[in-house]
Design a binder for this molecule. Sequence first.
Ligand code: WT7
Length: 657
Amino acid sequence: MTEQSPALDNLLTESRTFPPSEDFASRANATADWYAKGDEDRDAFWAEQAHRLHWDTEWSQVVDWSDAPFAKWFVGGKLNVAYNCVDRHVEAGHGDQVAIHWVGEPGDTRDLTYADLKREVSKAANALLSLGVSANDRVAIQLQMVPEAIVAMLACARIGALHSVVFGGFSPSALRQRVDDAEAKVVITSDGQYRRGKAAPMKANVDEALEGAESVEKVLVVRRTGDDLDAEVPWTEGRDVWWHELVDGQSEEHTPEAFDSEHPLYILYTSGTTGKPKGILHTSGGYLTQAAYTHNAVFDHKPGEDVYWCTADIGWVTGHSYIVYGPLANRATQVVYEGTPNTPHEGRHWEIVQKYKVSIYYTAPTLIRTFMKWGADIPAKYDLSSLRVLGSVGEPINPEAWMWYRENIGAERCPIVDTWWQTETGAIMISPLPGVTSTKPGSAQRPLPGISAKVVDDKGDEVGKGGGGYLVLDKPWPAMLRGIWGDNERYRDTYWSRFADQGYYFAGDGAKYDADGDVWLLGRVDDVMNISGHRISTTEVESALVSHPTVAEAAVVGATDPTTGQGIVAFVILRGGAEGGGDEAIQELRNHVAKEIGPIAKPRQIMVVPELPKTRSGKIMRRLLRDVAENREVGDVTTLADSSVMDLISSGLKTGG
Ligand code: WT7
């Protein structure tokens, strides 16, 4: 087990509970008997959930787990994911319902109804076909939060092509790595993006990434910043195509084809414990079933009544499942906001909640802590009375932030759902159910109906109440990943080898049961950091550091951070034993990492050290470095090859950042 931070220890003494109000409970989508239904006949439970969707061909078997860990859900069933998210709502008479209230950072807005979305997605599907994209091809998408991002994803789904969305903040080399791994045929991006009030180039970065990329035939470019962008948009004749020139002229008619339930839907890359990101593969029927079910049950979403807002970016899985697929399958009306929460002022989110009467708001603990820092007087200036459900995702939420959220945003009235899940799980797995669960600040509490999870010890035996260990998923679930793109070996190895005897999926998280048997998540137990709810591997940052000519060796740890959950702290040995490392040199190293991976990976702090603590077998003891980074007394050093190293490090620290 990894050591616990003081904040997490704190969680386990939390004893406040908040039962649902009678009024909420009487109207809630989910009911308490779902837990028993899910346990008694899991297949029947999921079959019922799958009937939330339109199937062109009914399945013959709910789940086939005979080739574990490769699952098949709703075997033999056929459906079109985009049809389910768009067309069927129009056909049912809801074409005029707003699907997306889009808010641009500079203040421009656009409303898209379901009928608009159907037209746009059909045209984009026809455009992709005209570029030679067919079913099973891969399309990389690097776009900020503009409607075209969602349209592009659905257009891919509609024609059976896989999208691979790459977060807009990722560097050219991170984009290139993902484009190459998936052998993407088309890349979709924009000329530039608005960030904190300024137009910044995007296409130029994409061009840098794609230099010599063999698989890429076409680049489709959305015009977003236009004349606001100071720089020229670089253009490669024959390869590059403007979105508005190609898509706008397409036919609005496109007949969606029904694909197999296991037809691949998308690849989404996430950091693992090595430097190479893993292409997490999701498929169609099971994924959409669980995304729709959880969006309905966990957020108590009522189509036609609620206004839903998930503040994630489509570059992460939260955007895939809870902006695109779950909400649209459920005919949500949602807000999509392009910019940062403090542009042009720190009340931007609350201004939007007030304007659109947002009723369900889903965000990350790091942002809640940022709001706390900005002060409760800011949300207090706005009318937030439309809110009725609040959600949290990405990392454990500390009770203090939970209580602040409840009091200052939720008026002590809105249930808070702390949702635990991963890129790999595809959809929410552990969470309270609003209207059913008495919530506890800081605990994700209980696997959802139909889902099974356990906390086990080193040997894979379930621990008792009050016990701690590893979180495992002991039964397959519909939205589970179907593998790592192009690497079945790594798939088995990463998730299924740790508890191979039991056949459990190892999530990589530490967890505990409290005295009531509720689950408390305690953070990663591997070399993966969680920065503002985003996964970054220590090795990835280390590789970026050693790629700089001045660095001989580097070790990176995630240290507790009051705002971002964890902050990246790097220890570097400079080449030739250089003592150097003045402020400027350290600044350059931090920028180098940002350039190699993306600004989210920029170390908070870099310390130049003469040695790194290693075991006799040469493994870096990050535990000890974390002690230094968190200003704690250094722990047990007996397994160090040279026990004086820690003294050397502590005495000669040069820090920066
Ligand atoms: C890791 C997955 C799921 C979308 C966002 C992150 C941590 C996520 C919680 C939560 C405690 C959480 C875990 C998990 N995590 N949600 N509610 N409580 N920890 O997706 O990048 O795939 O990261 O995020 O450590 O393993 P991801």
